[in-house]
Ligand binder design. Structure first.
Ligand code: IVH
Length: 713
């Protein structure tokens, strides 16, 4: 079947237009069309290509969606080998100076000679890719492999929106000609426009070299999706250790449908084979041409003069490293002049004209020596991995927090494990993941202790919370300072003259360990403290003496029981009257206190169950801390608790609402219909079917007098 000319023209025009908009969107980040419009044009082209498969070209935007699942990757011999690059061992600024000195020496430059021109680039932390364009069309994408032979990953690379399937030979050719109109315009006007825009002619053969990588945000999103899949029970799914691994996995993914779901990015930084096309004099010129042809080149690629510029670049990028949207592991310096590059040549497989100047690695391997539990000032237990010391992110790291039980389990960190530790910028070091293959046999799974390692009190994890907490508030050494300050504060025991600095000092000097120690202080041990005069010592002793006379709510609040603030302390005191009543109350009894729910009741109960806490209270009382105790609040008796009552008919004096209120106040539940569970039916005049039902089921029936008698019982 021959293709109608108008379909051919329309397909060409659509491709041109889609290329343009893909470039605006992916490379320039400046879309000119709403997504829906782009999709419409895309589907129109797809339909045309389906109708006439002969129309399909390898560079058609529709080819980005990827094809069939591969059995393996074909080998590709690189026409120009993909070299590696020498790494400057000196991490300090002198790395740049050493490189410049070497270049100058090899070029035979003297001290007074002008500085060498360089290009400074980011060293992207992904994987190297070679893109082969023939007559402007992407025909092959290959991995570096061993530098000579790589793998054909064209299908997967085509899914990267930033990589043009066809190079841009000039500015956008203007509005899309309507179907059938195109022929009259012809190739001519297009090439004239391109010439005017000063875009260089594309070489018939062009190999672009650059880095494929994954942005951090894309990486996080991908791992989030992976976690969801795993949580839903998907087998063969895993999370990725870092963006580089995720990118490498995506590029070498045999199923392009999966590769397409792994968002990748690309920057061009060099080239391999070039045949024909314009002549270039500098590396920078080539990069600019690549950019003009539609390839993404990093904005951070700059020209530099001499060592000082390189050092400044290294420092500036080092400062910005953590705020870049992707990982880099250093910067790269390249001699800009292509003539000088040629003169410098290669040693083995590394050019003398380029060097990688690295930053301190942000990830390292090390082993877990133990998992300790750190108890914070508030009693929170945090598992911490003690590590074989390792230099990462510019510092020596000896431990990393595992945050909490759930996190430790999720990462499944065990003693003896080899782990990847990451420290980026000022962020606290963290264990990224365990190297599963290196686990020593028999390594035990981590479990959170149920006992506080500092004081031996019970550690509990409340429902809905991620953290375990020590319940030994008053007794626990880790919580000592906090507990004392809380106890002494104005709203609690109101100890005049006892501030944070003094508490720190006294706890550190070992003068006070527990709350009762406060009341055992003498002038002698106070004046022995640094910066403590006799006058202030006496003032403090007077303040302590005065604080002994307090109230039960203040004392209760001062104990620092979790979830017991001032108002709950007041409620508890009012309800029970005496401290002993609170200390001995069951959870059920605590729940009877107005506004006390299960969380508070559990917390109060657990606190007083700890012998340590009871001991502290006994000692405080022995030291003379006292308050006036009251009587337990008289609670309205609830004689009808647990009973169900149904009202029917009209009572002689009580309205239905009044009767209902009285019943509920007595603890009864007032129901709307009679069943076997009904205890009483209160029936008035003109009672109907409910009364019949009560008789039928043998439920007790009362009149208004009967109701009053019942309520009074
Ligand atoms: S140039 C002949 N420039 O670092 C020089 N490489 O061995 C060839 N890399 O895996 C490399 N960013 O993928 C160059 N701006 C950059 C780079 C860069 C990252 C990677 C490259 C290769 C390694 C160098």
């Amino acid at each position: 079947m021959s293709i109608p000319a108008r379909d051919q023209e329309r397909a060409d025009a659509l491709r041109e237009l889609l290329h343009h908009h893909a470039h605006q969107y992916y490379v320039l980040d400046a879309p000119e069309l709403p997504d829906a419009e782009y999709d419409k044009l895309f589907r129109e082209l797809q339909a045309l290509e389906e109708k006439h498969p002969e129309l399909l070209t390898p560079d058609s935007p529709t080819q980005r969606v990827g094809g069939r699942i591969l059995e393996g990757f074909a080998k590709v011999r690189h026409q120009v080998p993909m070299l590696s690059i020498r790494t400057e061992t000196d991490i300090e600024a002198s790395g740049a100076r050493n490189f410049d000195a070497r270049v100058r020496r090899e070029l035979g430059l003297k001290e007074g000679d002008p500085p060498v021109g360089y290009v400074a680039e980011l060293k992207f932390d992904g994987l190297a890719i070679s893109l082969r364009y023939e007559n402007g069309t992407l025909v092959q994408a290959a991995t570096r492999g061993d530098g000579e032979i790589g793998e054909d990953v064209t299908q997967n690379i085509q899914t990267i929106g930033q990589i043009p399937l066809r190079l841009n030979a000039g500015p956008h050719p203007g509005p899309l000609p309507q179907a059938g109109e195109g022929a009259s315009q012809g190739e001519d006007s297009l090439s004239r426009k391109r010439e005017r825009a000063g875009v260089r002619a594309i070489p018939p053969v062009l190999e672009v070299r650059g880095e494929v990588f994954m942005r951090r945000a894309d990486f996080e999103r991908l791992n989030e999706l992976q976690r969801e899949k795993i949580a839903k029970g998907a087998k063969n799914e895993k999370t990725f250790v870092n963006p580089r691994n995720a990118a490498a996995g995506a590029v070498r993914q045999l199923d392009p449908a999966i590769a397409r779901q792994r968002p990748l990015s690309f920057y061009a930084y060099g080239w391999g084979q070039i045949e024909g096309g314009p002549a270039f004099e500098t590396h920078y010129e080539v990069l600019q041409a690549l950019r003009a042809w539609g390839l993404p080149v990093s904005e951070r690629t700059v020209q530099a003069q001499g060592a000082d510029d390189l050092i400044a670049y290294h420092q500036a990028v080092g400062r910005d490293r953590d705020s870049l949207p992707f990982d880099i592991d250093g910067v790269v310096y390249k001699v800009d002049s292509l003539a000088l590059q040629k003169q410098l040549g290669f040693v083995t497989r590394e050019p003398r004209w380029a060097v990688a100047h690295k930053f301190p690695a942000q990830e390292q391997l090390t082993t877990v020596e133990s998992i300790d539990i750190y108890v914070g000032r508030t009693g929170k237990l945090t598992p911490v991995a003690r590590l074989q010391p390792v230099f990462v992110g510019g510092v020596t790291v000896t431990n990393a927090t595992l945050h909490n039980e759930d996190e430790a389990r999720r990462k499944d960190v065990r003693v003896g494990d080899t782990v990847i530790v990451r420290r980026a910028g000022d962020v606290i070091p963290e264990v990224v993941s365990v190297v599963a293959e290196k686990r020593v046999p028999g390594a035990a799974q981590f479990t959170m202790p149920r006992i506080c390692p500092v004081c031996g009190s019970a550690a509990v994890r409340e429902e809905g919370e991620v953290d375990y907490r020590c319940t030994g508030g008053l007794f626990c050494g880790a919580q000592r300072k906090q507990a004392i300050l809380h106890f002494a504060q104005r709203r609690a025991m109101d100890v005049e003259g006892l501030g944070e600095k003094l508490v720190d000092q006294m706890v550190e000097a070992g003068v006070i360990r527990t709350l009762p120690d406060l009341y055992r202080l003498g002038l002698a041990n106070l004046v022995a403290l640094e910066r403590m005069g006799e006058k202030s010592a006496q003032n403090l002793l007077a303040g302590l003496e005065q604080s002994k006379g307090t109230t039960l709510p203040r004392f209760l609040f001062g104990l620092g029981i979790r979830h017991v603030g001032e108002s709950t302390a007041r409620d508890l005191a009012r309800h029970f009257g005496k401290l002993d009543g609170i200390m001995d109350a069951s959870v059920e009894q605590l729940l009877e206190v107005p506004d006390v729910g299960p969380i508070v009741a559990e917390s109060v109960h657990a606190f007083f169950q700890q012998p340590h806490n009871r001991e502290v209270i006994a000692q405080l009382r022995a030291c003379g801390v006292h308050w006036e105790e009251g009587e337990p609040a008289v609670r309205a008796p609830k004689p009808l608790a647990g009973k169900t009552v149904v009202l029917t008919g009209t009572l002689p004096t009580l309205s239905r609402d009044e009767a209902k209120d009285m019943l509920e106040a007595a603890g009864a539940k007032v129901a709307g219909s009679v069943s076997k569970k009904t205890d009483y039916v209160v029936a008035g005049a003109e009672a109907g079917s409910k009364l019949d039902k009560a008789r039928e089921l043998g439920v007790a029936v009362l009149d208004e007098d009967g109701l009053r008698t019942l309520l009074a019982s």
